[in-house]
Design a binder for this molecule. Structure first.
Ligand code: R2B
Ligand code: URA
Length: 345
């Protein structure tokens, strides 16, 4: 029995049959604004390894147009194009995700490595998508609204393509908290601005609260991979996700600022005490959406600065470029290991 639209909003009768017996249940609360009602959302991995969509309306549609990706179920043979994808890497910038696909082609020793890679979403200038063997590399822009649109369409794409056992990783940049610039943070839990592991999605005039749990085994596996890379400071910690880069992240250098330096430092120190080690702008929505759709997900971000030391990003372009390579290098090592590839050079 598929979940009905109503069950999403009331928590009544949410089905589990489509998720197989690996389904986990979690009670989550609606916000105080919506009367403090509680609802149950199901999350977990499907036994079949297929990507779950949790929308009964999709079955009734003759065609699904993935507008922002410029792909569709009638115009493209999605199973033929994407059915063998096993790893999806998402990151903010289209250029960085193109560079990542080119890097992965070299790392996987694929034919044509070194040549330019084609943008699969070339018909849309919203997002860019590249392929390197079993790896899909996609840009998501900045912030929760941008990554959410991309993820809805990407998850439907993986579902329509009948992909199985897909691992999805967000690679990006962040502001560090009490850690050295250049450190790579693997997120164990994405938290909101109040340090809570939750993501609030406004659905019609309800606020639906979703869990932001990520795959713990995957995070550990990534940490183990990082230990094989020399001079590669890496840690596991909580990642705080905000709706803004300036006021939302406690910066004193935006066009608006209404708080003191003391208040900012008090906030950032409390975040540190709560286990936060870096701050970025997409992880809670990413964790919530991927978790609900049965995708094993991880977030790996490099810290461009230590926010306890300042707000402005002062490192040179060369240094920043090298920092931004770090999540890519870790994911390449992880994918190579998963595929059983041994380095010969
Ligand atoms: C990290 O960097 C971007 C802001 O500069 C944002 O997308 C994020 O999460
Ligand atoms: N990205 C962020 O969101 N914050 C920073 O401080 C740096 C990069």
């Amino acid at each position: 029995m598929p979940a009905t639209e109503e069950s999403w909003h009331t928590g009544v009768g949410l089905a589990t049959a489509d998720l197989g017996s690996c389904t986990k249940h979690r009670r989550v609360s609606l916000s105080a604004d919506s009367g403090g009602a509680t609802m149950t959302e199901t999350t977990g991995y499907s036994r079949t390894g297929l990507v779950l969509v949790r929308n009964p309306h999709l079955d009734l549609m003759e065609e699904d147009i993935l507008y922002h990706l410029d792909l569709g179920t009638k115009t493209h043979n999605l199973p033929a194009m994407f059915g063998d994808i096993k790893f999806v890497c998402v990151g903010g910038s289209p250029n960085r995700m193109r560079a990542f696909a080119q890097f992965m082609r070299r790392e996987l020793g694929l034919a044509g490595a070194g040549e330019d890679v084609a943008d699969i979403c070339a018909g849309s200038d919203r997002y860019a998508m590249y392929r390197a063997g079993p790896v899909l590399s996609i840009s998501h822009g900045m912030g929760i609204p941008s990554i959410s649109i991309m993820l809805h369409e990407l998850i439907k794409l993986l579902h329509h393509a009948k992909c199985r056992d897909v691992t999805i990783i967000r690679i990006g940049t962040s502001g560090g908290l009490g850690i050295e610039a250049g450190s790579v943070v693997i997120t164990d839990m994405a938290v909101d601005s109040s340090f809570r592991p939750r993501f609030e999605q406004v659905v019609l005039d309800d606020v639906v609260v979703r869990s932001t749990e990520l795959d713990k085994d995957l995070a550990e596996e990534l940490l183990t991979c990082s230990r094989d890379i020399p001079d590669f400071p890496t840690l596991i910690g909580h990642t705080m996700c905000t709706y803004d880069f300036y006021e939302g992240q406690g910066r004193l250098d935006g066009a608006l600022c209404s708080f003191s330096s003391e208040k900012k430092l008090d906030y950032l120190r409390r975040a540190y005490e709560a286990g936060v080690r870096n701050i970025e702008m997409e992880s809670t929505a990413f964790a919530a959406l991927c978790g609900l759709c049965g995708l094993k997900a991880a977030v790996v971000c490099v810290a461009l600065l230590d926010r306890l030391q300042g707000d402005q990003i002062r490192a040179s372009h060369e240094v920043l470029w090298e920092y931004q390579q770090r999540p890519q290098r870790l994911i390449a090592a992880f994918i190579r290991k998963r595929l059983g590839l041994v380095r010969t050079d």
